[in-house]
Design a protein around this ligand. Sequence first.
Ligand code: NAD
Ligand code: USQ
Length: 391
Amino acid sequence: PPPGLSEDFSGRTVLVLGGDGFCGWPTALRFSTLGAKVSILDNGARRRIDKDLGTTPLLPICSLPERLAAWQEQTGRTIRSHEIDLATDPKALRILLAETRPDIIIHFAEQRSAPYSMMSPEAGRYTVDNNLRATHNLLAAIVEAGCDPHLIHLGSLGVYGYRSAGLRLPEGYLSVRAFGTDGREAEKEVLFPGEPDSIYHMTKSLDQQLFAFYARFHGLRITDLHQGVVWCTQTKETRTDARLVNRFDHDRLYGTVVNRFMCQAVAQRPLTVFGSGTQRRGFIHICDMLRCLVFAAETPPRNGDRVRVVNQVAEICCVLHIAEIIAKLTGVPIVFVDNERREPEGNELDVDNSTLRGIGFTPQCFDTGLAEEIADVKKLLRSNLQRVAAS
Ligand code: NAD
Ligand code: USQ
């Protein structure tokens, strides 16, 4: 652990909202490993969306009860689960909070695909209804239940928009100077004005306003992590048993770019670069995401503090650069595909990630980490095929 932090969560209760998903599942296992009493809340929406779209993750994932039974069998640790829809069942949520009085709530439970949110008016409406209601129901339930958890939300770098236009995107706040009517100059820190490029990212921008209000008005302790695209899928806990494997999305709507490229490379199919590939994004490895989450959980803001915003981004680069590294490592060609998304290409992107840098670890980067990850995807697929053949 970084100096001064114990990474010991014994005696603390952690509620992971969206704990059946790609980021939530390994997070629940990590906090359980670190001694916390963990509960998962999830309404199974993602598994239903998979069914509706006719997509399946690269490796089959067990049902949530099977996953939790496997975790108990492997470690002797219990994780409880609650099938509650955050967006439509505020009463069940309030009762759960009043009963469990969590010390930490980690909120992943939103529809998270930008292209999904833009594919039809229905999908856009679902994304807005689901995400905003979920977040607001959560904030209101914390107040109603009279508990005082540290709420950690997974936001997105995309709330700022991807054009930094010569600025270094700050961690959440911008200092604004203006002249008052008396002619004197005044300065104020304001939330960075978002320029989201999808309905999904817009919901994350609006979430920020809800957090700011509840922190100011009700004194809630909130950390909003503006995270970049997560790459890689497995963690030390999800590797211990095939029934614990994490979801590995590789389809066009939910598969994130690096994970898609790694699958394509293993399948010896061309790497699909959308548009010119000059769009720049922020990225973070899934294991580094967990380290940052543990750090955030250990360093809560105080009641009355403004929302703490952290840019959870380890590396910034353009999509084509990643494709080129993978093409060089595997010999798989790159194909340029018409970009169906409306997003800036050739954009400048500079992000202040001093909090992450200050934690005291070296994040994993593409130049050194991709070869090992591709080998890992091959190994995972091979062992899964053997498991299927043996069953
Ligand atoms: P995911 O779709 O795999 O998981 C989200 C989980 O939340 C699913 O299990 C889903 O069933 C659940 N859920 C959704 N709506 C719910 C509701 N109303 N009530 C209860 N459960 C609900 O997504 P993910 O990749 O794990 O992303 C989690 C969070 O992290 C998202 O908010 C996303 O914006 C953020 N994030 C993800 C990435 C990434 O690259 N995956 C990057 C940055 C930020
Ligand atoms: N892309 C390709 N080829 C592909 C897939 C994607 O070129 O086969 C490109 C896209 O055009 C885009 C970039 O890769 O320019 C990233 O796309 P993505 O699907 O990997 O990620 P994105 O849509 O940005 O969304 C993901 C998560 C979302 C999170 C966001 C963080 O799905 O939940 O909020 O990353 S960020 O991008 O920093 O806002």
